[in-house]
Write a new protein. Structure first.
Length: 135
């Protein structure tokens, strides 16, 4: 972990650009500059990052995916009625995750990402329903 420059939430086997912890290293700065210069109107930042990872085009930066149990994607913790429709692949992973934790004490996440939802009101309602809205 000490060698990592950027920590990403694991957004179902994909680094999530919506939840990054970035160390103040030159490699991290170079990476952010590289991503900024690589942006285009065809794909969003997360898809750009995924393509760079698959093609191994990351400029010397060391990335680390955070535990999906500690840094939880929204589709794993919020009821389905709050979520956008999930494709079969994401739904199967969601079902597996829920199945793994249903018979044990629920994990206490470090961070819950209110993703897989649209709109601030929906996100607030989902966070309230899960007991995670404290304002």
């Amino acid at each position: 972990l000490d060698s990592a420059d950027i920590f990403f939430q694991d957004d179902i086997a994909m680094p999530c650009t919506g939840c990054m912890l970035v160390k103040n290293t030159q490699r991290a700065k170079d990476f952010l500059q590289f991503m900024w210069e690589s942006r285009n109107s065809d794909t969003n930042d997360q898809m750009q990052l995924q393509m760079k990872c698959v093609k191994q085009e990351l400029p010397g930066v060391v990335i680390y995916l955070l535990s999906i149990y500690d840094f939880v994607p929204g589709c794993f913790i919020f009821p389905s009625n709050f979520l956008v429709p999930l494709n079969d692949f994401i739904q199967s992973i969601r079902d597996r995750f829920i199945g793994q934790v249903k018979d044990s004490a629920p994990p206490i996440p470090t961070f819950v990402h209110a993703n897989f939802m649209v709109g601030c009101d929906t996100k607030r309602q989902a966070l309230r329903a899960a007991g995670l809205w404290f304002i």
